[in-house]
Ligand binder design. Structure first.
Ligand SMILES: [Zn+2]
Length: 220
């Protein structure tokens, strides 16, 4: 069970998280979670390049370790990188210390100020601890970690493509995105094997549609 469009109540309950960007500018932020994965991530990079679009990739540390060349390609092509934990942990089911350590392990590879919790599941205590932990880490590892004063920015989304849903038709996945995207939307896709059938169909069409509607594409 998931919602394509993030409800206002959730945004109200977690105000310190980023759910969308400015609604007054015609810019959309495409994000890709769970990579890097050979072929799948390469397809995303090729497609983005053909539209001259930059995006943000929330990478799993374990996948970066396994596929360093694909990760290098993401960085070299000018996309933004986000931390998505080392082992794709579910915050609600993980104790805070284990969760934070797993993020820090990923952080050694991603060196970013962006974090997205897997499944969008994170406890308030983890949010708090994450911000302060990274902040204290900053004091002695400033040169290695590109964090700002408030620690990591936690990036959620306002549009979920549903590309991970094996029961969703590719066309419905495409409709999910174009019907819900507006100025400042943060849209979630997955560069994973599971999502590939829907992603392969949807991504080029979304880029074409939104470009024709006059949207620009930004990185977080
Ligand atoms: Zn994920």
């Amino acid at each position: 069970m998931y919602l394509v469009k993030s409800p206002l109540l959730l945004k109200w309950f977690y105000p310190s998280l980023t759910w969308n960007k400015s609604r007054s500018e015609k810019i959309v932020y495409l994000t890709f979670d769970d990579g890097p994965i050979p072929n799948v991530t390469d397809f995303v990079l090729n497609t983005l390049k053909s539209f001259d679009v930059k995006a943000t990739f929330f990478c799993i540390g374990d996948n970066i370790s396994k596929h360093p060349m694909v990760f290098e390609r993401v960085k070299n092509e000018g996309h933004a990188i986000g931390n998505h934990t080392f082992n794709h942990l579910k915050g609600w089911k993980t104790d805070d210390e284990t969760y934070i350590q797993n993020i820090l392990k990923c952080q050694q590879l991603t060196q970013t100020n962006l974090f997205r919790p897997p499944y969008g599941r994170i406890k308030k205590s983890q949010i708090k601890s994450l911000k302060s932990k990274v902040k204290s880490l900053k004091s002695y590892r400033d040169s290695e970690l590109r964090t700002n004063d408030s620690g990591l920015e936690i990036i959620m989304w306002d549009v979920l493509s549903g590309d991970f849903d094996l029961n969703l038709s590719p066309e419905k996945c495409y409709q999910n995105v174009i019907k819900n995207t507006q100025n400042g939307s943060i849209v979630v896709f997955h560069d994973s094997l599971k999502a590939f059938d829907r992603l392969h169909y949807t991504l080029p069409k979304v880029l074409k549609y939104l470009s024709e509607k006059g949207y620009q594409f930004g990185t977080l």
